[in-house]
Design a protein. Structure first.
Length: 206
C-alpha cells in the first residue's frame, strides 16, 4: 500500500500533467480517481477500478480553435489585401499617376507638389483640393485627412499647348500693303513700323 507521501507525490504529478495538457492545447477528456485518491487526466476512459468523470470543456474550448482559425483567416486576408494595395500604389508611383487610397506622401512621390491647394474643414475632417497642371492637363486630387478620396483629370489648363495661328492669306497681305500706302498712314511713324512688322511676319509665315 502506498504511503501518504507517495500518494501526495502521485497527486502532484497528476495535477502537473493535467496543467501541461491544458497549456499545450491538448484537451483531456476524462478525470480518473484511483482508490488511493490519486487523480489523473487523460483522453481515454478510466480503468474499471477508478472513478471516472467525463470532463466538460471550459466555455469556448471547443469553439475557440474555430474562432481563432477564423480570426487568423481574417488577419491573413487583411495582410494580403494590404500587400496588394501597396503593390498597386507602387505601380502608380512608378507610372507617375495619382491613385485613390494614396497618402499625401505617396501622392507627392507620384506627381510632385501641387500647383494650387484649396483647403477646408468639413464635419471635423480636413478636406483638400490639390490642383496639378501636367502636360497640358489639369488634375484635381481630393484628399480627406491626408488620404486621396477622388481624382479628376481633364484636358487643358496651365501649360496646355496652344494651337498655332494660321498664316495670313494673300488677301490679308495685300490689305496690309494697302494700309501702309494709305496717305492717312504715311505720316504716322509708329503705325508704319507696326504695319511693316505685320507684313514681314505675314510673308515669313508663308
Amino acid at each position: 500500500m502506498a504511503c501518504p507521501h507517495q500518494r501526495q507525490w502521485v497527486k502532484l504529478v497528476a495535477l502537473a500533467c493535467g496543467a501541461l495538457l491544458l497549456s499545450t492545447g491538448v484537451q483531456a477528456q476524462y478525470k480518473c480517481k484511483s482508490a488511493d485518491g490519486a487523480v489523473t487526466f487523460q483522453q481515454t476512459p478510466c480503468a474499471a477500478s477508478e472513478q471516472q468523470e467525463r470532463l466538460r470543456h471550459a466555455a469556448g474550448s471547443a469553439s475557440e480553435p474555430a474562432s481563432a482559425q477564423a480570426k487568423d483567416g481574417q488577419s491573413a486576408q487583411a495582410k494580403v489585401a494590404e500587400l496588394e494595395r501597396r503593390l498597386r500604389i507602387r505601380e502608380a508611383i512608378n507610372m507617375g499617376r495619382p491613385m485613390v487610397g494614396m497618402t499625401q506622401d505617396e501622392l507627392s512621390q507620384a506627381i510632385g507638389s501641387p500647383d494650387r491647394t484649396n483647403t477646408g474643414q468639413y464635419g471635423g475632417s480636413q478636406q483638400d483640393q490639390l490642383i496639378y497642371f501636367r502636360n497640358g492637363r489639369t488634375v484635381y486630387v481630393y484628399t480627406r485627412d491626408g488620404v486621396v478620396t477622388a481624382i479628376q483629370d481633364q484636358d487643358g489648363g496651365k501649360g496646355a499647348a496652344v494651337p498655332p495661328k494660321p498664316c495670313p492669306s494673300a488677301r490679308e497681305i495685300r490689305d496690309i500693303e494697302m494700309d501702309i500706302s494709305k496717305i492717312a498712314n504715311r505720316d504716322n511713324p509708329q503705325l508704319q513700323a507696326e504695319l511693316h512688322k505685320r507684313l514681314h511676319d505675314a510673308k515669313a509665315c508663308r
